[in-house]
Design a protein around this ligand. Structure first.
Ligand SMILES: Cc1cc2nc3c(=O)[nH]c(=O)nc-3n(C[C@H](O)[C@H](O)[C@H](O)COP(=O)(O)OP(=O)(O)OC[C@H]3O[C@@H](n4cnc5c(N)ncnc54)[C@H](O)[C@@H]3O)c2cc1C
Length: 525
């Protein structure tokens, strides 16, 4: 019997498959399509996921740069520019890589890790009992597995077959249009890179620009044709059939009130030409039904505004991977698998809130203009800009940390530089294996952790304080000097100490709580 079947080889299914493989489980990925999708979705990723990818060695592959991720100097929220350069401990990272490239890199990584991806295999049915799931395919075949994960997108068949409800709202009152275009060279402002529209002004690059009639975005990508997007409230019949450049230009003219000259994109296609009407904000009522689990868009759908989808979904995959692997290996402590939903569903709720709030802020009409005046005043305060940046980054929550825990516990581990005796090493280099890590700065904890040696790596090290201006080498801060940190494979802190002689009983309790009974424990013989 197969340990884990993953339905869907989109980014989140592939990421989960990589995480399972790193944890010693061989998943089988079943994908309906026979080849990579032609659909063009994400233009990039924003938020903590960028650092997560760095911690699996994937950031360098995607960015093509050996320089670790750096916080973004600016971003956008609800068509407000967010100036982040001066924000203390700026949590917002951006990686402008198209989704197709992300899927290609994840597919390559999955292949390196020995993951089998069977294409042209559509999941059409499932039944489960206490020990297994039978997955039926459109071909008539069946596959038996101990676990099934639905990573099959917003219209998830797995979610429906598992009987998991998908409550939320569907709106049908707006339409957005996007296309790759060309514009005359003298239409690009040399100072800002913005799009010059005669009689109106300059649309700044890579920002939502709102008027009282809608939204326009100009995106002059360096490595592909530039794109123009618009969004409007639906006021009459919407075109049907394939979208055209003339339709986009007419929409842009309605938004800004003057003619916008757009030409066809240069170079080889496929070129983007997309019209989307309405939208959804829906969240699965639960993420697990027996032996069936959901990740990514199968568990939550929301507006793409601000680009939070992959930040949410890829971190679902990283949260679930090690927990499901522990269940497969038989050493998952009670409640570990259910902590996946307990930790990740509230994050999805926050993303839904954030995208709904932004969708209102970019809407047309004078009341919204008034709301924006007030919101703009609030955003002029640096602490509010940081609050919004942390919301967009998905860095504004703390997982359940138990009582009397230090502030770091339940939070994302900072980007440390450690001295291990063989020179400085970034934490991101140590987490590539996706194994739990005990970072011991006291040199006293090796014996206490030894019974978990099959699952937990102990790194005896010293930390290096951040050099001035270097935000990706944060010293441990917040609760005095931290002397020991236990990290889960998803890089969240499971336990920490500030003592020169950390409490070994506390450490053992945390090890058992997250990683199960030690191998020398009679319960595991
Ligand atoms: C227009 C648009 C723009 C976006 N922009 C951004 C952005 O800039 N940044 C960002 O982070 N996110 C963005 N997103 C969101 C992002 O694209 C999604 O969150 C992401 O694709 C979800 O990945 P997934 O793996 O969960 O699902 P999907 O990408 O939908 O993949 C699901 C896979 O499952 C397969 N499948 C479906 N049914 C079955 C079945 N029955 N059996 C087997 N296989 C099946 C599908 O063929 C597909 O390959 C955007 C989305 C849209 C629509």
């Amino acid at each position: 019997m197969i340990d884990v079947v993953v339905a869907g080889a989109g980014p989140n299914g592939l990421m989960l498959a990589c995480e399972l493989a790193l944890a010693g489980v061989r998943p089988l990925v079943l994908e309906r399509l026979t080849g990579p999708t032609e659909e063009q979705r994400a233009n990039g990723m924003v938020g903590q996921v960028v650092r997560m990818l760095d911690r699996r060695g994937l950031y360098a592959r995607l960015s093509g740069s050996a320089v670790p991720p750096q916080p973004a100097p600016r971003y956008v929220f609800g068509a407000f520019p967010l100036e982040l350069a001066g924000v203390t401990d700026n949590p917002l990272y951006v990686l402008p890589v198209p989704q197709r490239r992300v899927e290609q890199v994840l597919a390559e990584r999955a292949a390196e890790l020995g993951v089998e991806v069977r294409r042209g295999q559509e999941v059409t049915g499932l039944s489960q009992d206490a020990d297994s799931v039978r997955v039926s395919l459109a071909s008539g075949e069946t596959v038996s597995a101990r676990w099934l994960v639905g990573a099959d997108g917003g219209r998830s068949v797995v979610r429906k077959l598992a009987g998991i409800d998908f409550p939320g709202v569907t709106t049908d009152d707006d339409v957005s249009r996007t296309a790759h275009v060309s514009v005359a060279a003298d239409r690009v402002d040399p100072a800002t890179g913005g799009l010059i529209i005669d009689g109106w002004g300059i649309v700044p690059p890579f920002q939502h620009t709102r008027t009282e009639r809608g939204l326009i975005v100009w995106a002059p990508f360096p490595d592909r044709p530039p794109s123009v997007s618009t969004a409007e409230r639906i006021a009459g019949p919407v075109e049907t059939g394939p979208m055209t450049l003339a339709e986009l230009a007419a929409s842009a003219e309605r938004v800004v009130g003057v003619k916008v000259l757009l030409g066809p994109p240069a170079g080889e296609g496929p070129h983007l030409m997309r019209r989307l009407t309405g939208g959804n904000a829906r969240l699965a009522e639960k993420y697990r039904a027996g032996r069936v689990l959901l990740i990514g868009d199968a568990a939550h759908v929301h507006s793409a505004i601000g680009g939070p989808g992959l930040n949410l979904g890829l971190q679902d995959a990283v949260n679930l991977g090690w927990k499901l692997a522990a269940a497969v290996h038989g050493h998952a402590p009670a409640g570990l698998l259910d902590s996946y939903e307990a930790e990740r569903r509230p994050v999805a709720q926050r993303v839904t809130m954030s995208t709904q709030a932004q969708s209102v802020l970019v809407g047309p009409g004078s009341e919204i203009t008034a709301l924006r005046v007030l919101f703009g005043e609030l955003l002029a305060k640096p602490e509010n800009t940081r609050h919004v940046a942390a919301l967009l980054a998905g860095a504004d929550f703390r997982y359940e940390a138990g009582t009397a825990a230090l502030d770091q516990v339940g939070r994302w581990a900072p980007d440390l530089v450690l001295h291990t005796g063989s020179g400085p090493v970034r934490l991101a280099e140590l987490t590539v294996s996706a194994r739990p890590l005990l970072l011991d700065l006291t040199g006293t904890l090796g014996a206490a952790a030894a019974p978990w040696g099959d699952r937990v790596d102990v790194i005896t090290a010293k930390t290096e304080p951040a050099r001035s201006g270097e935000q990706n080498a944060t010293p441990l801060a917040g609760d005095g000097d931290v002397t020991a940190l236990l990290l889960r494979p998803d890089c969240y802190v499971a336990w920490a100490s500030t003592s020169d002689r950390p409490d070994e009983r506390e450490l053992r309790a945390a090890l058992e709580h997250w990683f199960g009974a030690p191998y020398s424990d009679p319960r595991r013989r």
